[in-house]
Design a protein around this ligand. Structure first.
Ligand code: AKG
Ligand code: FE2
Length: 342
């Protein structure tokens, strides 16, 4: 596992840096913060910068990087909210979120979606009662099938970050790096061909809440963002599940939201890849203060099911998506400085 434990001196440097930034910005959604954060990230302790840089460049087989040891004050962050919508005023986890964006900025640019969690740049991963049985990160009774984050979308993040704030019941996140070794060359070749269909997952469904549009122009943009999701839902384009170098391929997969195919050859290649990933799946129980970054092009992740209590003590994570190339989504962002994809 690619893991570093912060030393007490590194924690002290990070706490000082976060406190300084907290004095200047009241939210990680502030566009001014998002412009300045790559410069601020130069002040992250060198060992952390080196780890994230190696993770980004060396593409080590584990395809994830875990930074542990940041102390989260359980009483200061308050109870686990009942819904991601119940945000009011300054976030009680602003400090932890600032560090999350600082670390993310060492991998690329943090992005949000207009069609997910009100367009916030950092998402809450917590159980919501009305989602209890849903296949979405705010569900709990169903395991979340392993997947690439936003696999259906051409602008999906290169990395997905999970910051653990609370996980008393030790619910495991599942993880598997993708390796082609158990695939036949015939299956491998087919998986590189555009023969597969991935539909938008439920987190982008309108009923699960996108940006609350108030101004008319925002409402129009949001409407067209949902039209785009609906278009991808009704008329998805066929795509390849693997790309890049066949000896170490990039992956784009989300079996729960993939169609079964009339194309038997393609279905059989997909099934063999799914079996190979299943056989390679491991578990990591995130602890408060763990910052996990998963290479979304080289690994899948998911989660075990659990029973939520809805009493403020439930599991609580934050999630961030990070792209290496913000420019590729320019036509879907309101301004060059915006980090929100419509
Ligand atoms: O809750 C977890 O550990 C991961 C859930 C997940 O897949 C996600 O939030 O994208
Ligand atoms: Fe996920």
């Amino acid at each position: 596992m690619n893991r570093i434990f912060l030393s007490s001196e590194e924690v002290r440097v990070l706490q000082t840096l976060a406190a300084e930034i907290e004095g200047q910005y009241t939210s990680v959604d502030d566009p001014a913060f998002l412009i300045e954060v790559p410069v601020m990230a130069h002040e992250v302790p060198r060992r952390v910068r080196t780890s994230l840089n190696h993770f980004r460049h060396l593409e080590s087989p584990s395809a994830h990087c875990l930074i542990s040891g940041y102390p989260v004050d359980d009483s200061r962050i308050g109870p686990t909210p009942s819904h991601w919508k119940s945000r009011e005023g300054i976030s009680p986890t602003l400090r932890e979120e600032i560090l999350f964006v600082l670390f993310g900025s060492l991998l690329g640019e943090v992005i949000g979606w207009a069609t997910q969690q009100n367009g916030y740049i950092i998402h809450d991963v917590l159980p919501i009662k009305s989602d209890e049985n849903a296949q979405i990160s705010t569900g709990s009774q169903q395991p979340i099938w392993w997947h690439n984050e936003d696999a259906f979308h051409p602008y999906r993040g290169d990395y997905v970050g999970l910051l653990c704030l609370r996980n008393a019941e030790r619910v495991a996140t599942t993880l598997a790096p993708v390796s082609p070794i158990n695939l036949s060359s015939r299956h491998l070749k087919i998986l590189f061909e555009p023969r597969f269909i991935i539909r938008p997952d439920d987190s982008h469904a309108e009923k699960n809440g996108g940006a609350q549009a108030e101004a008319d122009d925002t409402a129009d943009t949001l409407k067209s963002a949902y039209d785009h999701i609906r278009q991808m839902q009704c008329c998805p384009q066929k795509l390849a599940v693997l790309s890049g170098d066949p000896r170490s391929p990039f992956i784009r997969i989300d079996p729960y939201f993939m169609d079964s195919l009339d194309d038997d050859e393609a279905q059989s290649a997909l099934n063999s890849l799914i079996r190979a990933i299943d056989a390679n799946l491991s578990e990591v129980v995130l602890q408060p203060g763990d910052y996990l970054f998963v290479d979304n092009y080289r690994a899948v992740h998911g989660r075990k099911s659990f029973t939520a209590k809805y009493d403020g003590s439930d599991r609580w994570l934050k999630r961030a998506n990070i792209t290496r190339d913000l420019r590729k989504s320019r036509a879907s962002r309101a301004a060059c400085t915006s980090h929100i994809i419509m």
